[in-house]
Design a protein around this ligand. Structure first.
Ligand code: SF4
Length: 646
C-alpha cells in the first residue's frame, strides 16, 4: 500500500468515495483547507453533505439513493487525549420529516428531513482511522445487500453473506447486531464493525447503527439510511499509528492536559466526579429530587411529559441507586481516560435476566416518561434496542405518545393494548416495530406525521387534533430528551433550535445555568447559541461530551498545534464552530426549515406541571418567541430563521 500523508498531521489524509449504485470506490487525498476550516468529524461531514445538497437541491426523500451518508473521525481520534474515541456519522435524517400538510401546525411548511450528526464511541471510529481512512463518503443504493470493508488502506464493497440474515415475520432481515459483529470479527480478526439491525432494514425511521455490540450512532435514523442503501455493515481493521507534527511536544503537553481532566474527575464539587460510578444516571436523582449538586428537581418527565414528578416510592424502583445495584465493571470507549462513564450491568434472575451494559440517563428517563417502573425491564429493553438497532430515546418518545393514543382509543383498530406502565407490552411493541411484525409495529415505525395521518385516517378527520395532541414528536420532531421541556425556557430553546431536530439535548445544555438563575431572554439566547457552536467543535474534534478540558484554552490549543501543526487561536477555533453550525442551519433551510418549525410548541407542553418543586411551570409561547428573536440575532440570522447562502 503506498504511503499517503496529508499535508496536515493528525489526520490520515485519505477520503474514500463509495458509490453503491455503480459499485465503485475512489480514494482521494483529504483537502487540507477544508480540514482546517471545518476541523474534522461533524464539521467536515457537514461540508461534504452540503456540497452535494447545493449541487442537487432539496433532498425530498432521505430514504432515496440521493442521501449521502458519511462515516469518519477527526485529527484527535486515536491519540491519548482523554475521550478521543468518538466518531461521526452524518446524513439527512429520516425522523425529522413533515412533507405533507399538517393541519395542527399553524402555517405549516413542508420539511424533508434535517442534517443529522450522530456521535458514537466504542472502538470503531478509531479502528477506521487505523485502517487509513478519515471519511467514508457513501452515495447511491446497492441492488443487492452489501457490506463495506476498510482494511489497511483499502476499501471494498462485498456481497453481504446470506448467513448474516434470518427470516422473521416473513421478511429476510439482518441478524442481531451482536451476531453480525461476531461473524464479521471472525472473518477479519481484530476488526471492528458498525452494522444495521432488523429495524434499519425495515426502514424504521428511528433505527440506529450499532458498533462494537452496544455503541450507537443513535439519533436521527442512520440505520434506516443504511437499510435504504442495502448496506448491512462497515468493518474496519488497521494498524496505522497517528502522526504528530511535534511528537515530543505532544507528549509533554498531553501529560498536562491529562492531569487537568484527572483533577476534574477527582473534584467532588464537579459533576464529572460522579461519572465513573453512576455514568449519566446521576441525572435521574438530580432531575427528580435535586440530589447530586442540584437544587430541587421536579423535572423528570412522567406520563408523556404531562408531569415532572411522581410518587417517590415509585421513583425509588428506577432511581440512580436502583441502577447502581445492577452495575458491574467499566466498559468504556477506546481512548477514554478518567471519565469512564459506561459500566456493564447484569440482572441475575426473573423474566429480564441477562448481561449487558447499564442504560444511560436519557434512555431511562424517557422510559420513565412511559411510566415504566421496572428497572429490569428497562435494562432488558436497552439490550434489545442495541441488538435490534433502535434508538432508545426516540423509541421512548414514540411509545409515550402511542400509550396515550392507545388509552384514548385512537389505536384500537391497529390492535393496540398499550398502556402507560405496561413493561411487557412495551417490550413486545419494540420487537413488533423492529421486525415490522404487525400493523401496529409497522405504524409506529414511521416518522410521526405519518403515524398521525394513518391513525386519523382510521379514526376520522374529527379525531385529528386529539391525535396530534398526544404526539410530542409531531412536525418533524426527534423527540424531547429526559429533562422536562416544561421546566426551563432555555432548555426548551435548545430543544427547539437544535440543528438535528426538535427535542435534541446535546447541542446546547442550559440546566445548571438556569438552576443558577439565568433567565433573561437575551442571556438565554446567547447561552444556547454559544453552546451550539461549542458542541459543534467537540463533535468535530472527535471528543466526547464529557471531556472536561477547555478546548479553547491554551493547554488544549498548544496540544492540538503539536498534533496537527494548525495554529488555531481561541477565536479562530470558535469561528470554526460558528461556521459549522451556520452551515448545518443553511442545509436545514434548504430542506424546508425556518422559524415556523422552531416556533412550534406541542399543545400539551403549554399545560402547567401540577406536582413537585416546579409546579406551575409550562412553556410560555410568548416568552419563547422573544427568546427566539434574540437567538436569531445572536447568530446573525434573519428573524425568519434563515441563513444567507454560504
Ligand atoms: S466518558 Fe463515556 S461516552 Fe465518553 S468516551 Fe468515556 S466511556 Fe465513552
Amino acid at each position: 500500500m503506498p504511503e499517503k500523508r496529508s499535508a496536515l498531521s493528525g489526520y490520515r489524509g485519505k477520503w474514500a468515495w463509495v458509490d453503491l449504485t455503480g459499485r465503485t470506490v475512489r480514494l482521494t487525498e483529504a483537502d487540507p483547507v477544508l480540514c482546517q476550516d471545518y476541523v474534522g468529524g461533524r464539521g467536515l461531514q457537514a461540508r461534504l453533505l452540503y456540497d452535494k445538497l447545493k449541487a442537487a437541491g432539496t433532498l425530498k426523500d432521505p430514504l432515496g439513493p440521493g442521501n449521502r451518508v458519511v462515516v469518519g473521525s477527526a485529527a484527535a481520534n486515536d491519540t491519548p487525549i482523554p475521550t478521543a474515541g468518538r466518531g461521526s456519522c452524518s446524513f439527512i435524517g429520516t425522523m425529522t420529516r413533515s412533507p405533507e400538510p399538517a393541519a395542527w401546525v399553524p402555517g405549516h411548511k413542508p420539511l424533508y428531513g434535517m442534517v443529522t450528526h450522530s456521535s458514537c464511541g466504542g472502538l470503531f471510529p478509531n479502528m477506521l482511522k487505523r485502517a487509513g481512512i478519515d471519511q467514508l463518503i457513501i452515495d447511491g443504493r446497492a441492488d443487492r445487500p452489501v457490506r463495506i470493508e476498510a482494511v489497511e488502506g483499502e476499501v471494498r464493497i462485498v456481497e453481504a453473506e446470506e448467513s448474516l440474515f434470518q427470516t422473521v415475520a416473513g421478511r429476510s432481515v439482518p441478524r442481531t447486531a451482536s451476531e453480525i459483529t461476531d461473524a464479521l470479527t471472525a472473518r477479519i480478526k481484530g476488526s471492528s464493525t458498525v452494522c444495521v439491525g432488523p429495524a434499519g432494514w425495515n426502514l424504521v425511521d428511528f433505527a440506529c447503527l450499532t458498533a462494537d455490540h452496544h455503541r450507537n450512532f443513535g439519533r436521527g435514523g442512520a440505520g434506516a439510511v443504511f437499510g435504504s442503501k442495502n448496506l448491512v455493515a462497515v468493518t474496519a481493521y488497521g494498524r496505522e499509528a497517528v502522526s504528530y507534527a511535534d511528537a515530543a511536544g505532544f507528549q509533554k503537553l498531553g501529560r498536562e492536559l491529562d492531569l487537568i481532566v484527572k483533577s476534574s474527575v477527582e473534584d467532588p464539587n464537579r459533576t464529572a466526579s460522579f461519572r465513573p460510578t453512576t455514568g449519566t444516571t446521576w441525572w435521574l436523582d438530580r432531575a427528580f429530587n435535586g440530589r447530586y449538586l442540584g437544587v430541587k428537581g421536579g423535572y423528570l418527565p412522567w406520563h408523556n411529559f404531562d408531569e415532572g414528578w411522581f410518587d417517590p416510592a415509585d421513583y425509588a424502583r428506577v432511581s440512580t441507586d436502583a441502577f447502581l445495584e445492577i452495575s458491574g465493571k467499566h466498559n468504556v470507549c477506546n481512548k477514554c481516560r478518567h471519565v469512564f462513564c459506561t459500566r456493564s450491568a447484569k440482572v441475575e434472575s426473573g423474566p429480564y435476566a441477562g448481561a449487558g451494559v447499564r442504560p444511560e440517563f436519557e434512555t431511562i428517563a424517557l422510559w420513565i416518561n412511559c411510566c415504566i417502573l421496572d428497572r429490569d425491564a428497562i435494562f432488558h429493553m436497552n439490550y434489545l434496542c442495541n441488538e435490534l438497532g433502535v434508538d432508545t430515546m426516540t423509541f421512548g418518545s414514540v411509545m409515550a405518545g402511542a400509550m396515550e393514543l392507545s388509552e384514548k382509543g385512537f389505536l384500537e383498530k391497529f390492535g393496540s393494548r398499550l398502556r402507560f406502565g405496561d413493561a411487557a407490552g412495551m417490550v413486545q411493541a419494540l420487537k413488533d416495530i423492529a421486525y415490522a411484525a404487525n400493523g401496529l409495529g409497522r405504524l409506529l415505525g414511521h416518522y410521526s406525521d405519518r403515524v398521525i395521518a394513518e391513525a386519523a385516517g382510521v379514526a376520522g378527520p374529527e379525531a385529528l387534533p386529539g391525535i396530534a395532541r398526544c404526539v410530542t414528536t409531531a412536525y418533524g420532531g426527534l423527540g424531547y430528551a429526559g429533562i422536562s421541556p416544561k421546566a426551563f425556557p432555555g432548555m426548551f430553546t435548545a430543544y427547539g433550535t437544535s440543528n438535528r431536530g426538535r427535542g435534541d439535548h446535546t447541542y446546547a445544555w442550559t440546566v445548571q445555568a438556569e438552576e443558577g438563575g439565568l433567565k433573561d431572554a437575551r442571556d438565554l439566547a446567547a447561552y444556547v447559541a454559544e453552546g451550539q457552536a461549542g458542541k459543534a467543535l467537540v463533535d468535530s474534534l472527535g471528543l466526547c461530551d464529557f471531556f472536561t478540558g477547555d478546548i479553547t484554552g491554551e493547554p488544549f490549543l498548544s496540544l492540538y498545534r503539536a498534533l496537527t501543526g494548525i495554529e488555531y487561536t481561541a477565536e479562530s477555533l470558535k469561528e470554526c464552530g460558528r461556521r459549522i453550525y451556520a452551515l448545518e442551519r443553511r442545509m436545514n433551510n434548504v430542506q424546508g426549515r425556518d422559524r415556523t418549525y422552531d416556533a412550534y410548541v406541542p399543545a400539551k407542553l403549554t399545560v402547567p406541571l401540577s406536582r413537585g418543586a416546579l409546579q406551575g411551570r409550562a412553556v410560555d409561547e410568548g416568552f419563547y418567541n422573544t427568546v427566539l428573536d434574540a437567538y436569531y440575532d445572536a447568530w446573525g440570522w434573519s428573524r425568519d430563521g434563515l441563513v444567507k447562502e454560504i
